[in-house]
Design a protein around this ligand. Structure first.
Ligand code: NAP
Length: 247
């Protein structure tokens, strides 16, 4: 059985990915920052699907938390074979001119710095030259990196654009280490993240105007992530896969 860390797995895309991983034979370290109960529910669902599971509270924007999360995963499950860097935030829709410095800092702390910290730990622990057994890293970026998200959250779009670039560079760094690095860019997906931006119905409302005429489901993004993790994607690295219904 293979072992994986999934950040932000208490809800939404991370939770759907944890459940699909479990169904495909992975054991899962379920990261969360605030909602312990939801994380425990994800862990129970992983166990019900036949995997082992541990929960690990960590704010991905705090280095000590990230180190502890990876240690908890390895001590609870064993050596890691995969990492999904999924935790992310948005903030209420605003023009850049109205954003506070505090908001900008937190956006880049969680979405960019946090993702880089998690990717660094994944590189340290999976790379063959450092004693790891190889594996796969998947970063959850966003279609916002192509669209820019004007008048909504250009901060979020930029914070995710760094993940696209990280995917390209880290894939090249780890190409000889048995570690593949890929990203998915979801479009409008029905999760609770839109409520934190002040628009709970955003995915459904804007999804209607996309080429496929609907929002996506977290399970549809999870399918792409789990494919990129799997041996079926053995020659895919440095790839950025849009899962955005043509948006
Ligand atoms: P969600 O339902 O709001 O879930 C967010 C998850 O991230 C939760 O598990 C949350 O934990 C965790 N989290 C938030 N801040 C964290 C932090 N500082 N440290 C650790 N964990 C943290 O979001 P989602 O829609 O599933 O989004 C997942 C990823 O997909 C995000 O990176 C998002 O940017 C990206 N994405 C989403 C969409 C979409 O339309 N939904 C589109 C494109 C990209 P708690 O439960 O403990 O708060």
């Amino acid at each position: 059985m293979k072992n994986i860390v999934i950040t932000g797995a208490s809800r939404g895309i991370g939770r759907a990915t944890a459940l699909l991983c479990a169904a495909r034979g992975w054991s899962v370290a379920v990261n969360y920052v605030r909602d312990e109960r939801a994380a425990e529910q994800t862990a129970q669902a992983v166990r019900a699907a036949g995997g082992r599971a541990v929960t690990a509270r960590a704010d991905v924007a705090v280095e000590a938390d990230v180190m502890q999360m990876f240690d908890t995963a390895e001590s609870g499950l064993g050596p890691l074979h995969g990492v999904v860097i999924n935790a992310g935030i948005v903030a209420p829709s605003q023009a850049l001119a109205d954003m506070t410095a505090q908001r900008l800092k937190r956006m880049f702390d969680v979405n960019t710095y946090g993702a880089y910290l998690c990717a660094r730990e994944a590189a340290r622990r999976l790379s063959r030259d450092r004693g790891g057994g190889g594996g796969a890293i998947v970063l959850v970026s966003s279609a916002a990196t192509r669209l820019g998200s004007p008048h909504e959250y250009v901060d979020y779009a930029g914070s995710k654009a760094a993940l696209d670039t990280l995917t390209i560079g880290l894939a090249k760094e780890l190409g000889q280490q048995g570690v593949r690095v890929n990203a998915v860019r979801p479009g409008l997906i029905e999760t609770e993240i839109h409520a934190s931006g002040g628009h709970p119905d955003r995915a459904e409302r804007l999804g209607a105007a996309t080429p496929m005429g609907r929002a996506g489901r977290p399970e549809e993004v999870a399918e792409a992530i789990v494919w990129l993790l799997s041996d079926a994607a053995s020659y895919a690295t440095g790839a950025i896969l849009d899962v955005a219904g043509g948006r």
